[in-house]
Design a protein around this ligand. Structure first.
Ligand code: ZN
Length: 490
């Protein structure tokens, strides 16, 4: 029975420089024995004098560490076996400068200073660090709070949005009295209250291909707290080009993920992992799919933790590794993200050498461009497209008793929050199976929460031969805001 065992880079020279070796056996012990028979030099690196697996060597069967089950763990054909040695030292601190601590600083950071891994040296690097946060939403909130508390000297924040009532469930940087206030103002007030000496640099803008390099270039480290693909690819590419580490985090419903992308430090980038985005609509945003608020705190703090480790150059960064968290199972799993030598942006022969049009790359029309605040697809009021109607027009059509069918493509959970009377409910994911329930000879007016999903439904229906289909711009939230204030907005 042949099984493939992956050999880590550090041990490959003892295995004929091969990334993997075919071995035979029914248990870990048997296959390792066969591996050492083929490559005897590996023996002393895997086992100690007493014939015990060395402590710094971990064996994984399909991402499961065998420590609990030991050498006798059975293996079968098709299993993926990996040897993962611990790598000493981590990376060099990315912050070379040191900013002298005042006596107040020494008192404030005393719990850090007595950690040998931080000490005066580490804290002075933290104070000298300049960190750019993209977004001040779900992830940006805990990130900004903890990094400020930890003593990061300079924090820049890119944000264009104002605080909305629906942000408060997870964006803990913003409080109820802040609703309507610019998020940068709200953020600055809270962060300065934690540490008046913080240098806070507000960037009141959306990050775009035109300004990204300028925004990022003076910072040491970028932390991506956005939830839309155009910004994620833009931030990735700009960070690769400027050789800045990019601490990644994402959240959705009850799940979160985090990693560190830094090709200049030997790791992969986001494009090594996902060279291209999914087609628009395949992956819903948090505004459409929902998110458990506390997940933001968990993932945001993992990002903050990685940022501090990179700044002081201690520990093993989450580079080349994806950490996935499931709140329902309460489980963390780790997956490897290999560096792709053919990556279009960080590979040997990159094809992307300057920033591109990321909305076009992600197949997104400009009207549904993503925001930077990590929580919503922002509908910009740039005039309506040919397939769009306003909520005012919809109201007139209803008042005039015009003959049309109003189709609500939101999810069933959302129907319970709000609905426009008389609508036909057909969730977008069911549309490909159920669209034939809709007549072709009648005008269909489609709405969702904010207009993004209904626009996709309209496109789909037109492809299926429906000629009279309109999208309600702004969705039911616009209806609630401008037509029927009794309907809750969410
Ligand atoms: Zn790459």
């Amino acid at each position: 029975m042949a099984i493939t065992i992956t050999v880590p880079t550090a041990l490959r020279r003892f295995a004929g420089n091969q990334p993997s070796v075919e071995v035979a056996g029914h248990t870990i012990q048997e296959i390792l024995k066969d591996l050492i028979r083929q490559h005897p030099q590996l023996g002393q690196h895997l086992y100690d004098k007493d014939g015990k697996l060395r402590n710094f060597v971990r064996i994984y069967v399909n991402d499961e560490d065998i420590r609990a089950t030991g050498d006798h763990t059975p293996v079968k054909e098709g299993d993926e076996i990996a040897i993962v040695p611990s790598i000493a030292g981590g990376v060099e601190p990315i912050i070379k400068d040191r900013a002298k601590l005042t006596n107040d600083d020494i008192k404030r950071y005393s719990r850090h200073l007595i950690l040998p891994e931080v000490g005066m040296e580490g804290q002075e690097r933290i104070k000298a660090a300049k960190v750019l946060l993209i977004g001040s939403g779900g992830l940006g909130s805990p990130l900004a709070l903890y990094l400020t508390a930890a003593g990061v000297g300079t924090i820049g924040m890119v944000e264009f949005d104002t605080v909305d009532f629906s942000n408060l469930q997870r964006q803990i940087l913003h409080f109820t009295p802040d609703v309507g206030k610019h998020k940068l103002q709200s953020a600055e007030e809270k962060l300065k209250a934690i540490n008046p000496n913080l240098k806070f640099i507000p960037h009141k803008t959306k990050i775009t291909s035109d300004n990204a390099l300028d925004l990022i270039k003076d910072y040491d480290l970028v932390i991506d707290g956005t939830d839309n693909f155009p910004t994620r690819y833009l931030v990735n590419d700009a960070c690769v080009m400027l050789k800045k580490p990019n601490v990644y985090g994402s959240i959705f419903r009850f799940e979160g993920m985090a990693s560190v992308f830094a090709p200049h430090l030997g790791g992969p980038c986001y494009r090594c992992w996902y060279p291209e985005p999914p087609p628009p609509g395949m992956v819903p945003s948090c505004a459409e799919g929902g998110v458990l608020g506390v997940i933001c705190g968990i993932i945001g703090n993992i990002q903050a933790n990685e940022a501090v480790k990179l700044i002081i150059g201690k520990g093993k960064p989450l580079m080349g590794r994806l950490l996935r968290f499931d709140a329902m199972d309460m489980s963390f799993r780790e997956y490897k993200i290999p560096k792709d030598p053919n990556c279009p942006v960080c590979g040997k022969n990159p094809t992307i050498t300057k920033l591109i049009d990321y909305l076009e790359f992600c197949g997104i029309g400009r009207g549904e461009a993503g925001g930077t605040s990590g929580d919503s697809i922002v509908e910009e009021d740039e005039g309506l497209g040919p397939d769009d109607i306003s909520v005012e027009t919809l109201k007139k059509m209803r008042d005039a008793k015009q003959d049309f069918i109003l189709v609500d493509v939101r999810n069933p959970d959302e129907f319970q929050i709000s609905q426009i009377e008389g609508s036909v409910k057909l969730p977008l994911p069911d549309l490909p199976q159920r669209f034939q329930e809709l007549p072709k000879d009648k005008l269909l007016v489609v709405h969702c929460k904010m207009g993004g999903r209904s626009a996709r439904a309209v496109n789909f229906l037109k492809q299926q031969g429906y000629s009279q289909v309109k999208n309600v711009a702004g969705g039911i939230n616009a209806w609630a805001e401008r037509i029927d204030p009794d309907i809750p907005q969410y």
